[in-house]
Structures are given as C-alpha cells and as structure tokens.
Design a protein around this ligand. Structure first.
Ligand code: AMP
Length: 208
C-alpha cells in the first residue's frame, strides 16, 4: 500500500501496542510524535523543555511545534513510501499540514470507552530499551524485562483526565474529517490485544 497510515484514537486505546504489529505487516516506519517529544525531553533540548510543561499537564503541545517536528521527520528517506503515524494528527490544522507533505491512505480509529482508558493508562508500563508496552494486569511483562520497566510521567489519573478532555475537544472532530474523505475505518478497541490486532490486519488487507 502506498501512502501513510494514521492510527487514531484516545490515549490508551492501544495505538502504540498495535503499531509494532502494523509496522511488521506493512514495512512502514513507525512515527510516534509522543515518542519524539519524550526523546526531546530526555535529551534536554529547547524543544523538549518547551513541550514538557504541556505533556505533564495532559495538554496538547502547540501545533506550531509539532507540525515542524513531523514535517522534518517525513523528509527522511525511509518515509518516502509512507509511514505509520501514531499520535499525529491530533488537530485539524495538524491534519491539514500533513496533507501538504504526505498522502494518507487509511485512518484506523481504535475506539475505547473513557472508563476503560483510565484503567488501562494507570496500569501501563514501558520498556525503555525496546519501546515495548505492557499492562500490570492485562499484558504482564516477561520476568526478564519487568525490572527495567518505567511508568510514563503523564500516566496518572489526574493527567489522563486532562488528556481525555483534550482528545474529545480537539482530536475527536478529526474522525468526522477523515470519514468525509472516505478514509476512516473504525475498530472496536474494547477487546483483547490479539483481537484488536486481527481486526486491524483484516481492515488493512482490504485496503492494501
Ligand atoms: P502520546 O504518547 O501520543 O500519548 O503523547 C504524549 C503527549 O505528547 C500528549 O499528551 C501531548 O502532550 C504530546 N503530543 C504527542 N503528540 C502530539 C500531537 N500530535 N499534538 C500535540 N501534542 C502531542
């Protein structure tokens, strides 16, 4: 499939978890703006310092910052046949900017209720070495990695409620935007990781 795939949905819907599988399936590089911002924060760059306050508060980083970041990333050679976008776009201006530098072929929307999101996010743990994502009850880590897992600073109940508000107010309207273009495929995310993965594979095989 030529063009880029957008993984769409609220925080904690399973976008990052499913992105690993889709990257293997399609060969498209996984581009996560959240990961890019966390790397910038860890590196202590000017951009990271500016973004951190928004991220810690559960607010969206301003479009001007994030659009510059993604436009630069999409100029890399490995992006020439499209990428797998995880966490971008999150606003209409971001989607408009994307349409100027890339062709979006499919938008996979993973739908999960707000109540389930909070439970998922507070139990979520990340493997800083591989980028692997686990959940203390729903997707427990193998013993050899459990000692090095970390919890994201913004994965707490207070922040997740702000992130959900930002999602409903600023990001959810994009679903309609992409639906009108005939690009949106909705997947029920209130299911096991494997079931969601298989539903996405099926949707993509129809679109391949
Ligand atoms: P994520 O890992 O996708 O949940 O992103 C973590 C945080 O990074 C979000 O809560 C935002 O503060 C910020 N962020 C990531 N992607 C974007 C984006 N496309 N637009 C604005 N802020 C973003």
């Amino acid at each position: 499939m030529s063009g880029s795939i957008v993984l769409f949905g609220p925080p904690g819907a399973g976008k990052g978890t499913q992105a690993g599988r889709i990257t293997v399936l399609t060969g498209k590089p996984w581009v996560s703006t959240g990961d890019m911002l966390r790397a910038a924060v860890a590196a202590g760059s000017e951009l990271g310092t500016e973004a951190k306050g928004y991220m810690d508060a559960g607010l969206l980083v301003p479009d001007g910052i994030i659009i510059g970041l993604i436009v630069e990333r999409l100029q890399h050679d490995d992006a020439s046949s499209g990428v797998l976008l995880d966490g971008y776009p999150r606003t209409i201006p971001q989607a408009e900017a994307l349409s100027e530098v890339a062709v979006v072929s499919t938008v996979i929307s993973i739908e999960v209720s707000d109540d389930a999101i909070v439970e998922r996010i507070v139990g979520r743990r990340m493997d800083p070495e591989t980028g692997g994502i686990y959940h203390v009850s729903f997707n427990p880590p193998p013993p050899e990695v459990s000692g090095r897992l970390i919890q994201r600073e913004d994965d707490n109940e207070q922040t997740v409620r702000n992130r959900l508000s930002a999602y409903h107010e600023q990001t959810a309207p994009l679903a309609e935007w992409y639906a009108q273009m005939g690009l949106l495929i909705s997947i029920n995310g209130n299911a096991s990781i494997d079931e969601v993965g298989m539903a996405i594979e099926e949707a993509l095989s129809g679109a391949l």
